[in-house]
Design a protein around this ligand. Structure first.
Ligand code: C5P
Length: 234
């Protein structure tokens, strides 16, 4: 398992063609990339195999959430694609998370990093209380779900850089925080509400930053990527 921090580029493209057009710009480095539902459902597992064959590390952001047996079997398939990181919803509870780890573990004992989504950042306190009937506050819920993930043996959580310190305080420094909502000082916030620069994310203790549009929509994506990497990794 590679727990070393890095910049992960979110490949939020609708097709393989557009994805390769973007990746072809990177001649010198092989960035760690995130494949989400849109691209995976459009192109299937072949897109993962091809990007892996090009030499990139891959975070497969499919957020699994089902009964333990189904998640176990699905994770076994995903692990076989050679991915480096994958995630699930901590709302599936500890037994499901343990089943996921068993499914991910390859015959040689290696496995991709497994990261939990606690509460989606799009969920409000009102929705939590009135629709989901969860009476604990959002921060309490996030920390409890992170602790459940730790107890199940997961490697970390997806969270805001602004939550990273609390997660580390509750779950230990070695527990990984993967943090989206990153913007360069001069880039647009888009639809993100609370944004953090790569340097601020580093200060907050993020282990991996996930950066989409500030790199994918930049005039020169390679320059934007290098700026993020320099600010975050040093
Ligand atoms: O373009 P942008 O940098 O906002 O992309 C961020 C990426 O991180 C997107 O793929 C988005 O789905 C993902 N993400 C997020 N906020 C979360 C979880 C995932 O922005 N809470």
């Amino acid at each position: 398992m590679n727990k070393q921090g890095d910049v992960i580029i979110a490949l939020d493209f609708p097709s393989a063609a557009e994805t390769y057009q973007f990746l072809d710009k990177f001649q010198e480095e092989k960035p760690f990339v995130k494949i989400g539902m849109e691209l995976y459902y459009a192109e299937g597992p072949q897109i993962v195999r091809e990007i892996k064959a090009r030499g990139h590390r891959i975070f497969l952001d499919l957020k699994l959430h089902d009964i333990p047996n189904t998640v176990n079997r699905a994770m076994r398939v995903l692990s076989g694609l050679g991915i480096d990181m994958v995630n699930l919803h901590a709302a599936g509870a500890i037994l499901m998370m343990r089943a996921a780890i068993t499914g991910l573990t390859r015959d040689d004992g290696t496995r991709p990093l497994l990261i939990a989504v606690t509460q989606l950042t799009s969920t409000s306190e009102t929705q939590l209380r009135d629709e989901l009937l969860i009476s604990a506050s959002m921060p309490e819920t996030v920390i409890r779900y992170a602790k459940n993930a730790k107890e199940a043996g997961l490697d970390g959580v997806v969270c805001s850089p602004l939550e990273a310190a609390q997660v580390k305080a509750a779950c230990g420094q070695a527990f990984i925080t993967v943090t989206p909502g990153i913007r360069l000082a001069d880039s647009a916030a888009d639809d993100q509400r609370r944004v953090t620069t790569p340097a601020m994310a580093k200060e907050c203790g993020s282990d991996y930053i996930v950066v989409g549009r500030p790199i994918t929509q930049a005039e020169n994506p390679v320059v934007a990527y290098r700026r993020c990497a320099r600010d975050f990794i040093g």
